[in-house]
Design a protein around this ligand. Structure first.
Ligand code: PMP
Length: 351
């Protein structure tokens, strides 16, 4: 008996999730918030840390109340997870789907988690302008129980899809639709209000981006209470540790005063980076509603630009395998962006 024969068929073809081990002083590859937590929040957290000898609240009640009041919703409409990744997996384990449909390119975990859940992932290519093929998505979901994932703004293209196309999919498709608003705080565009009229819509958000807590692994979803009840049957009892529950609550309670200025700064920097990239010879940037910018290289290969930047101490994301000659840069602090711009400008002049 071989060990290989013990592994489920749907798992055999998967690769383990690995990130290339490249460390650079300037890290602009993962859409993280470039700023550490404000001191005021750290102080609040210090006052609250005790009781780690006990299991965490399995229902994360305090945090769900905080999120509910932040959004003007009810606690019963909120579920928290160990990153939104965990929530995506739980959605796929809870609800029926012969197909998991998403546009391509998009966030890689929809496909990977669909394969893990033994469903059938179906990618429908975006148009050349990175717009949804609403017709194609509706066709793919017409004859099967489906779950549709739509990242809004989309990763890695950075754009919000047309509202009309999104609403058409919401109105005309059967089955669940997950609108992943991981970058909402940068786009300020949301479909939260549609869940009252369309209980099959789930809104997904995360603390990993604007809230600056990527290391704590905390995401949440907003959905009809009946959907939340079903998801609670699948959720592991203690999915979110006590520390993450405390910190996420403190950050959200203070978001408007202490973190919103950081977000405004990142949006200003995004516009500055976009204009800079637009002026560079051999670079075509795509407009972004998120905290990152996708750009294409036209004179030199993306692989060359990527490795030259790494040599200069700047790490961005090389997407050339998914979108030929495309790279993605996360908007950093003003100082980090200055270094990125100076290095990239110099590299582009070389060729
Ligand atoms: N959704 C999208 C669209 C993302 O880009 C990411 C992270 N890159 C996530 C979800 C995952 O977020 P989390 O850290 O909450 O698992």
């Amino acid at each position: 008996m071989s060990i290989e024969s013990l592994v489920k068929e749907n798992i055999k073809s998967l690769k383990s999730y690995e990130i290339p081990d490249i460390s650079c002083p300037i890290k602009l590859d993962a859409m993280e918030n470039p700023y550490d937590l404000p001191e005021e929040i750290k102080e609040l957290v210090r006052e609250k840390i005790s009781g780690f000898n006990r299991y965490p609240d399995p229902l994360s009640n305090e945090l769900r109340k905080t999120i509910a009041s932040y959004l003007g919703m009810n606690k019963e409409e909120i579920l928290v997870g160990n990153g939104s990744d965990e929530l995506i997996l739980n959605i796929l384990l809870t609800f029926k789907s012969n197909r998991v449909v998403f546009p391509t390119p998009t966030f890689a975990m929809y496909k990977i988690l669909a394969q893990i859940a033994n469903s059938n992932p179906v990618g429908i290519p975006l148009t050349d302008e990175f717009e949804l093929d609403d017709e194609g998505i509706l066709k793919a979901t017409a004859d099967a129980t489906s779950i549709i994932f739509l990242a809004y703004p989309n990763n890695p293209t950075g754009n919000c899809f047309s509202k009309e196309k999104m609403l058409r999919i919401v109105e005309e498709s059967e089955g669940l639709i997950i609108i992943d608003e991981a970058y909402f705080e940068f786009s300020k565009e949301t479909f939260l209000s549609v869940i009252d009229s369309y209980p099959k819509v789930i809104i997904l958000r995360t603390f990993s981006k604007a809230f600056g807590l990527a290391g704590l692994r905390c995401g949440y979803l907003v959905a009809h209470p009946e959907l939340v009840k079903a998801l609670l049957k699948v959720k592991l009892p203690y999915n979110l540790n006590s520390f993450s529950q405390i910190v996420a609550g403190c950050v959200m309670e203070n978001f408007r005063y202490l973190l919103q200025p950081q977000i405004n700064q990142i949006i200003t920097q995004r516009e500055r980076l976009y204009l800079f990239l637009k002026r560079l010879n051999g670079i075509i940037p795509y407009p972004s509603d998120a905290n990152f910018i996708l750009f294409k290289t036209t004179k030199v290969s993306a692989n060359t630009i990527f490795s030259d930047l790494v040599e200069e101490g700047v790490l961005i994301r090389n997407l050339t395998e998914d979108i030929p000659n495309c790279l993605r840069v996360t908007v950093g602090s003003e100082q980090e962006n200055n270094i990125f711009m100076e290095k990239l400008d110099r590299i582009c002049r070389r060729y």
